[in-house]
Design a protein around this ligand. Structure first.
Ligand SMILES: [Zn+2]
Length: 269
C-alpha cells in the first residue's frame, strides 16, 4: 500500500515531469537545427504564429486542441504529448523504484540525477531517430546526472569503493567495445555519438547494468526491424540508427539491469 503522502508527491512529480517534457520538445525541435533553445518564444512550426501559455500547457493543450494548431489548424505532432507523458511517467518510476519512493525521503540528489538521465535519454531517442545524431549536450547531461548521484552517495554515506569502481568500469564497459568496433570498421558501423552516450550511461548505471542495456537495446532493435518489415505499408529503406534503442534499453535497465545481470549469473552458479 502506497503511503498517501508518497502518492501525493508522485502526482506532483508527474506534473513536474510533463512541464519539463514540454521543454524537452523544444530541445528535440531546436537542437538538431543548431537553434538557441533559450531565446525566442515558441511558435507553431507551420504558421509561425507565436504560442501563448494556453497552447503550451503540457498534455492538456494538445488534448483540448485535438492535436491541431489554434491559429492555422495544422496538425500538431503527437510527439508533443507523448514526450510530455513519457517524461512524467519516467520521473514517477524513478522516484518510486530508484529513490525509495517513501514520501519526503525520496526527494534526493539521486532523484535529480536520474531525472536528468531519463530526460536526456528521451531527447536522444527522438533526435537520433529523426536526424541520426546524438547532441553532445545530451551525453554531457547524463554524465552530470551521474555526478549528482555520486554526490548523493557521499552525503548519505552509501558511497563505497566498490560502488564507485563499478561506475568507473561502467564508463568503459560498453563504450570501449563500441570504440573498438568503430576503430576496426573505421567509423562505418559505430558513430562517436553512440560511444559517448554509452560512456555516460555506464557511469550512471555501473558496468553490470550497462552491459545488460546493450543486450536489451539489441533485442529492441531487432523487434523494431521485424515489426517494421511486417507492418510497413511500403518497403522501408535506410539504416535504422542504433542510438534510440540504446537510449530505450538504458532507460529500462536503470530499473532492472542489475537484477537481470545477477539473475543470469545465478543460472550458472
Ligand atoms: Zn499554426
Amino acid at each position: 500500500m502506497i503511503h498517501f503522502l508518497t502518492a501525493y508527491i508522485a502526482a506532483i512529480i508527474f506534473v513536474f515531469g510533463t512541464v519539463i517534457g514540454s521543454f524537452l520538445n523544444v530541445l528535440i525541435y531546436r537542437l538538431p537545427q543548431g537553434m538557441d533553445f533559450k531565446k525566442g518564444s515558441s511558435i507553431c512550426t507551420t504558421c509561425k504564429h507565436e504560442l501563448n501559455w494556453k497552447d503550451l500547457f503540457p498534455l492538456f493543450s494538445w488534448l483540448f486542441l485535438r492535436g491541431k494548431c489554434r491559429y492555422c489548424k495544422a496538425p500538431i505532432s503527437a510527439r508533443y504529448p507523448i514526450v510530455e507523458a513519457l517524461n512524467g511517467i519516467a520521473y514517477v518510476l524513478v522516484y518510486l523504484f530508484l529513490c525509495g519512493g517513501t514520501a519526503i525521503e525520496g526527494l534526493t540528489l539521486k532523484l535529480v540525477g536520474y531525472m536528468i538521465m531519463m530526460s536526456a535519454l528521451i531527447v536522444v531517442s527522438w533526435i537520433d531517430f529523426e536526424h541520426q545524431i546524438i547532441p553532445d549536450s545530451m551525453w554531457i547531461a547524463i554524465f552530470v546526472g551521474g555526478l549528482f548521484i555520486v554526490g548523493d552517495a557521499l552525503i548519505t554515506g552509501t558511497f563505497t569503493k566498490e560502488w564507485i569502481i563499478s561506475k568507473i568500469i561502467g564508463l568503459f564497459a560498453v563504450s570501449g567495445l563500441f570504440f573498438l568496433i568503430a576503430f576496426v570498421t573505421q567509423g562505418r558501423a559505430m558513430g562517436g555519438g553512440d560511444i559517448k552516450l554509452m560512456a555516460a550511461v555506464g557511469f550512471v548505471l555501473g558496468w553490470k547494468a550497462v552491459i545488460i542495456s546493450l543486450f536489451m537495446s539489441a533485442i529492441l532493435g531487432v523487434l523494431f526491424s521485424v515489426g517494421r518489415k511486417i507492418f510497413a505499408k511500403k518497403e522501408m529503406k535506410g539504416v535504422i540508427p542504433f542510438g534510440p534503442f540504446l537510449a530505450m534499453g538504458s532507460a529500462i535497465c536503470a530499473f532492472i539491469g542489475e537484477w537481470i545481470f545477477d539473475a543470469y549469473l545465478n543460472l550458472f552458479l
